[in-house]
Ligand binder design. Structure first.
Ligand SMILES: Nc1ncnc2c1ncn2[C@@H]1O[C@H](COP(=O)(O)OP(=O)(O)OP(=O)(O)O)[C@@H](O)[C@H]1O
Ligand SMILES: N[C@@H](CCO)C(=O)O
Length: 361
């Protein structure tokens, strides 16, 4: 019997102002994979056929389709190899439909990593619990905010557990060893087990969310790689700046659940001194956007921040969406940056897998 599934993974915005590497919100854009796994031939029969990957939707034209290079299948193979399964099942087809723009701060890589982990789980028929799926995702993505929100949905806070020295070294294995880009003839490494993923690395809590709050995502038409946007951050911070963020984060996690939302409380609680000030130079218009738009200049606006590592701007609002987006668009345009924008809902469901058909092969 062949097996067919759809894997649905939402986009995410991370940080939400002061919650750098801590908070994430799942949003109503998605990456969907349609997967078919044929009945497997007996071990003695012909050479296995590698997965065939196709894409449609946003940013799909330059994605590598070689399963040893594509992020979805590399992550899936990592999960399989971690369970002593050293190759893909034969004849798998994967069709990705993507609504999440790449490199804009809306969690495209986090969504791909979660989709890859869920794909590995299906290909190996592993039936892993959510906590173990998160372990594998964290071994790849390394910071929990996007992947946790993408997996569990809603507005989420997460931390990484302090690991034993042995687990710490297992979890700090370079990404190139977790996800080697290896062709099948790569020699001895091909058959080796991957680095062990420690258990229960990520822990999270879902916060409440006031239904009337929507997320306006204003997406500049340029990519900013997360690695580059992390590269400009300092190693250490002053106590003053840490306290500034902690005070606001503590208030924000509850303030966004209260109905009706209080703009006076939320606007200040979405300010940040840990990442946004250092990323200003990478995103033309950001300083003016963060200082010009307020809940008094734009009624309906609750708070404004960089989405993830940027360059997308996240404005939380209850109404007046067009005027808020138009003002952000105007400021970007002055800097020569064109944008697209959307009003998004919070996706409380997170990732889910749907079994589609069960035909006889
Ligand atoms: N669906 C996908 N399939 C394959 N590769 C993907 C997919 N989505 C993202 N990627 C890879 O991830 C890269 C973008 O990752 P990056 O972390 O820089 O940005 P992001 O995840 O969109 O932003 P942020 O982490 O700030 O939210 C893309 O350039 C591409 O290489
Ligand atoms: N917390 C991460 C999110 C981006 O993936 C960052 O801001 O670098």
């Amino acid at each position: 019997m062949s097996r067919s599934y759809k894997i649905h993974v939402p986009a995410t915005t991370a940080n939400v102002g002061p919650g750098f590497d801590v908070c994430g919100i799942a949003l109503s854009l998605s990456l969907t994979l349609a997967v078919t796994i044929p009945a497997q031939p007996s071990a003695s029969s012909s050479t296995p056929i590698l997965p065939v990957i196709t894409y449609a939707g946003l940013d799909s034209s330059n994605v590598p389709l070689d399963p040893y290079q594509n992020l979805l299948t590399r992550v899936a193979l990592y999960v399989l190899r971690s369970h002593d399964i050293h190759s893909f099942p034969s004849g798998v087809t994967i069709h990705a439909h993507n609504q999440i723009p790449f490199g804009r701060g809306l969690g495209s890589s986090g969504a791909a990593v979660i989709a890859g982990v869920l794909l590995g789980d299906l290909l190996g028929n592993l039936k892993l619990p959510r906590s173990r799926l998160l372990d594998f995702a964290l071994m790849v993505e390394r910071h929990p905010d996007n992947v946790t929100a993408a997996l569990v949905g809603g507005f989420v806070g997460s931390y990484l557990k302090e690991l034993s020295p042995e687990d710490t070294s297992a979890a700090s294995i370079p990404l190139a060893e977790v996800l080697p880009e290896y062709p099948p003839d790569a020699g001895p490494q091909w058959g080796m087990d991957p680095p062990r993923a420690p258990r229960d690395i990520g822990h999270y809590v879902k916060f409440g969310w006031a239904k009337e709050i929507k997320a306006i995502a204003v997406m500049p038409r340029f990519e900013l790689a997360t690695a580059k946007a992390r590269g400009v951050l300092p190693e250490t911070y002053s106590r003053k700046d840490m306290v500034f963020n902690l005070q606001r984060l503590a208030v924000l996690t509850t303030a966004l659940a209260r109905s009706p939302p209080d703009p006076d409380l939320i606007y200040e609680a979405m300010k940040d001194r840990i990442h946004q000030p250092y990323r200003m130079a990478l995103i033309p218009g950001l300083p003016e956007i963060l200082s010009t738009l307020t809940y008094t200049s734009h009624p309906g606006l609750l708070g404004i921040c960089l989405s993830g590592a940027g360059p997308t701007i996240l404005a939380l609002a209850t109404h007046n969406f067009d005027a808020i987006a138009a003002e952000i668009q105007r400021i970007f345009k002055k800097e020569g940056v064109e944008v697209d924008w959307e009003v998004l809902e919070v996706d409380e469901r997170g990732s889910w897998v749907e079994e589609i058909t069960n035909e006889t092969s």
